[in-house]
Design a protein around this ligand. Sequence first.
Ligand code: ASP
Length: 344
Amino acid sequence: MPNTTPNILLIYTGGTIGMVKDFKTGALKAFNFKNLLNNIPELNLLDCNIETVSFEHPIDSSNMNPEYWVQIVEIIESHYKEFDGFVVLHGSDTMSYSASALSFMLENLAKPVIFTGSQLPIGDLRTDAKENLITSIQLASLQEKGKPVIKEVCLYFEYKLYRGNRTTKLNAEHFQAFASFNYPDLAESGVHLKINKEYLFQPNLKRKLKVHKNLDTNIALIKLFPGISQQVIESVFNTNNLKAVILETYGAGNCTTEKWFLDVLKKNILKGIHIINVTQCSGGSVMMGHYETSSELKRIGVISGKDMTSEAALTKLMFLLSLNAEMGKTFKTTYEAPLRGEMS
Ligand code: ASP
């Protein structure tokens, strides 16, 4: 009989889940991964083989950057054949950025990559870490006819599995720290694990995993606010080597119609800078042209981020800009189309 027990690789990058208090300062800092496993003997009861790999120096996810994302995708790439699923332990602060980035970097992914972490360290009596970790491993182990049920990058936190590139961290204190306002939950953990199969991403299984390791960070994000000055906007657009700017606008993609503002945008689009419109609202979509205050943006060629989160918009931009040479004039059309289920 072939061995059908799923093999799961646990990748520890850092975050509160594996932190301890520094006796001197009282501040939380990352500790050795081996201690993490000693703290959860329950892992031995799960119906899967678990192996672990850890960043040499685990980080607080506030220090996350594209080089670390490449480290994570390289771990997945080099273990892709032997493992049926991957669970990435990660700080919650930038988890949505990392999950979004990996969704673009792992093209044709056909196995689960589940990000999780916790609000309280694993050693804390009231910790949320154990449930998050154990259920993430169970979800990554789910199989049907010997194939993984989940074939995308997800985020699991406080009884819910979300599509990773649809999430945002919305609470620094509650155990329910994440939300996915524009896409339904992929699964819910109660007495039973309820998988919402109709919402799972279905990749083309004929295609082989393609791992992208280049990300272009020559971008900026501007959150508009009433009173934002011309000087501030212009100084961002004057940044050396800048290739694209994401504008976080109001409501359904609206902004001031002051002449100086629209002139700066127009001038920069003519120079070849891509400008993307996403909404500051937690849910809903950009609809340029719906109000007079966004019609001009549409006319001058601003790209619509539709209902993407800022996290997905930023990482999609880094990813697509790195392919820009191959794309030329099709950039706008490519950006406005869903690649990994990140927009509706
Ligand atoms: N500062 C921590 C981090 O993101 C918070 C957490 O793990 O939840 O690494």
